[in-house]
Design a binder for this molecule. Structure first.
Ligand SMILES: Nc1ncnc2c1ncn2[C@@H]1O[C@H](COP(=O)(O)OP(=O)(O)OP(=O)(O)O)[C@@H](O)[C@H]1O
Length: 632
């Protein structure tokens, strides 16, 4: 699956100009397609680049060690032959002491090689552990960076999560495994060349038999790599579903409902049912693979056995001496192992290449909402404010229109309120302003400049938003507010000022370590807050951001009416030149806005001041009357 496909599946609904296709452009496109396909088929090199980038030192150490582990056994074999030959000669030699000295010398070298081999083995554990950790952390970093870069739309698409799950599975071990396999292929290749040279000197047929014996096992591996790859891709969604059930059973977010609705056993059985299906399918596939492996390897053993018989026959006939017998016997053993290793390595590389698509599907994700190459600076201070002009929008994954022909203005120093029933499009409007999505039609501008002309992070810096599903960071109270503007010092006085504005200061002063108290129960000594108290903290975070516009999307819904009144009273006094957008269902709060926009099914159906709208006697007046009755 290529990146483009994933983007299409996420659904990029931006209108595209119709292009006429000429023969040249078709040829060009075919060449490009072929080039992309070709590049996609060879993922090994970019993966090795990632390994190299993760840690150069450990990568070099790993390669050197692997090569040494390939060469040292060769030297050992040759030394064994020299020792046996010298002992054989010394049996009939006149100067036995001199012969023994020679044997001792060879033994000494063999001993040194053995110690060096042991040293390499000991280092391997260290190098592999350290390198694996570095690669894992590095790859996680890359995956995190990609996740941050991805458009919000990706997060609403199941295929994104499938791709993420597969990438997370492959990322920590697949790239270093390729390095190992390549080194292994090199190691086995060198060993094989040396051994094949020896075997050829005895009889060329031996090499032929060895090669024939190894091929079936390689074919089995290649075939089952493909089968496993397809199966794993098919099962990603089910794996995620079972992980989701597991998460629900173990996280605090669902703990209350699971107990009160007695859903524990229900979810647990569901989880086990999915796991059983995955288990059964995996075992069935692995059984088939094991049978095929058994047959291929039995054939290989039979063929290699015939070569042993040939060597022993040659020795009995006197064509080979005892040293030759040991040498050829070992050479055969080693060649068989090397050839097996070589072909296993090659088929393993094929498998790695296949599975790397899982990693690159994710790493090749490209955001569709991008900053212009030469962004314009955001006017500071704003003169005319934010303007929505004929804005319409449809979420990429649906066919319903979420916003229809929206026109509204927010001037500096002005507070507007958006009201309307659930699902009328209030939050969606804000996501467009922050460029979390692009409008399907129309323009959003600041002082006449379209927001897509600004640098995205600068734009988001100028708009401070607290959404209704704001984040609760399990960090200290101070950090929870400080995250609103980490460019300030952690101890900055403005943090407390923001807390006073939102009413969070009163809450924090009552906590055991005040601003240093850990919030939430995820870590030791954490203090849980009520929803209204968490909202005050989130509001303080929004107030801390030194922005030109502030948007509060139902941030006070869980506050008691007195707290809400105080927040908005202070808010009105403190916004100064900021443009403010309030979204709330409490119309008593809405009253204080300079202008109220009433939304219904994605459209603005009424707008004006509170008094104007009451006089209009339309939807707003009805809503207001209904709420007022409840308070009488
Ligand atoms: N991520 C999304 N993907 C697809 N559709 C969405 C998404 N978010 C919202 N919608 C749809 O868009 C419409 C407007 O939703 P929106 O959240 O903007 O309403 P709202 O006025 O803020 O509602 P509420 O008062 O409940 O917060 C709804 O019909 C909703 O189902």
């Amino acid at each position: 699956m290529s990146t483009g496909n994933l983007l299409d599946k996420v659904g990029n609904k931006k209108p595209s100009a119709t292009r006429r296709s000429t023969p040249q452009s078709r040829v060009k496109r075919s060449i490009l397609k072929f080039k992309q396909k070709f590049e996609n088929s060879f993922r090994l090199l970019p993966a090795l680049r990632l390994v190299w980038q993760s840690s150069r030192g450990w990568t070099v150490a790993r390669v050197v060690l692997t090569l040494m582990q390939g060469i040292l056994p060769l030297i050992s074999i040759y030394l064994a032959k020299l020792i046996i030959d010298t002992v054989a000669v010394s049996l009939s030699a006149a100067d036995k002491d001199a012969a023994f000295d020679r044997v001792l010398l060879f033994l000494g070298i063999a001993g040194a090689i053995a110690i060096l081999t042991t040293f390499c083995n000991a280092c391997t554990e260290l190098v592999n552990t350290a390198h694996a950790q570095r690669v894992t952390d590095f790859m996680q970093g890359i995956i995190h960076a990609k996740s941050i870069e991805a458009d919000l739309a990706y997060y609403e698409n199941a295929r994104y999560y499938d791709a993420l799950q597969r990438a997370q599975k492959e990322a920590p071990y697949r790239p270093p495994q390729i390095l190992n396999r390549l080194a292994g292929v090199g190691q086995n290749g060198v060993l094989l060349l040396a051994m094949v040279g020896l075997l050829l000197s005895l009889h060329w047929g031996m090499v032929g038999i060895l090669v024939v014996a190894s091929i079936p096992a390689m074919l089995v591996r290649v075939r089952y790599s493909r089968v496993m790859y397809r199966w794993q891709r098919d099962k990603t969604s089910m794996e995620r579903q079972s992980a989701y059930l597991g998460w629900m059973l173990t996280t605090d977010r669902f703990a209350k409902e699971i107990r009160l609705f007695e859903l524990g056993t229900f979810f647990s059985k569901w989880y086990l049912r999915l796991r059983k299906q995955i288990y059964q399918e995996r075992v069935a596939l692995t059984t088939k693979q094991s049978i095929a492996n058994f047959l291929a390897q039995s054939l290989a053993s039979l063929l290699v056995f015939s070569i042993y018989i040939f060597i022993i026959y040659q020795t009995i006939q006197g064509a080979l001496n005892l040293g030759d017998l040991v040498l050829y016997y070992q050479a055969l053993n080693k060649s068989q192992a090397a050839l097996k290793g070589l072909l296993k390595g090659v088929s393993g590389l094929y498998e790695d290449n296949l599975f790397l698509a899982n990693l690159y599907d994710f790493l090749d994700l490209k955001p569709t909402i991008i900053a212009p190459a030469q962004p314009q600076p955001i006017p500071q201070p704003m003169q005319h404010g934010i303007v929505f002009e004929n804005v319409s929008f449809q979420y990429p994954t649906t066919n319903r229109t979420a916003l229809k022909n929206i026109n509204l203005t927010v001037s500096p120093g002005e507070t507007i309120a958006l009201v309307g029933e659930n699902g009328s499009g209030k939050t969606t409007l804000i996501t467009l302003l922050c460029r979390l999505y692009e409008p399907t039609e129309g323009n959003i501008s600041i002082d006449g400049i379209n927001v897509d002309r600004f640098d995205i992070s600068e734009l988001r810096h100028q708009i401070s938003v607290i959404f209704q599903d704001y984040a609760k960071y399990h960090l200290s109270a101070r950090d929870n507010i400080w995250l609103g503007n980490v460019e300030l010092e952690r101890e900055d006085e403005e943090i407390m000022a923001a807390a006073r504005r939102s009413g969070a200061d009163d809450v924090i002063q009552k906590l055991p370590q005040e601003y240093e108290t850990l919030l939430g129960k995820l870590f030791e000594n954490g203090e849980e807050l009520s929803i209204g108290q968490w909202q005050k903290i989130a509001l303080a975070r929004a107030f801390l951001r030194n922005s030109q516009a502030i948007v509060l999307d139902e941030p006070t819904s869980a506050m008691d009416p007195k707290a809400e009144y105080e927040v908005f009273n202070k808010f009105r006094q403190l916004i100064k030149d900021q443009a403010a957008i309030l979204i709330t269902h409490r119309l008593s709060t809405v009253k204080m806005a300079d202008r109220i926009y009433v939304m219904d099914s994605g459209s603005i159906i009424e707008s004006g001041t509170h008094d104007e709208l009451i006089e209009l006697n339309g939807t707003y007046a009805r809503l207001f009357e209904t709420q007022a009755q409840n308070y009488r």
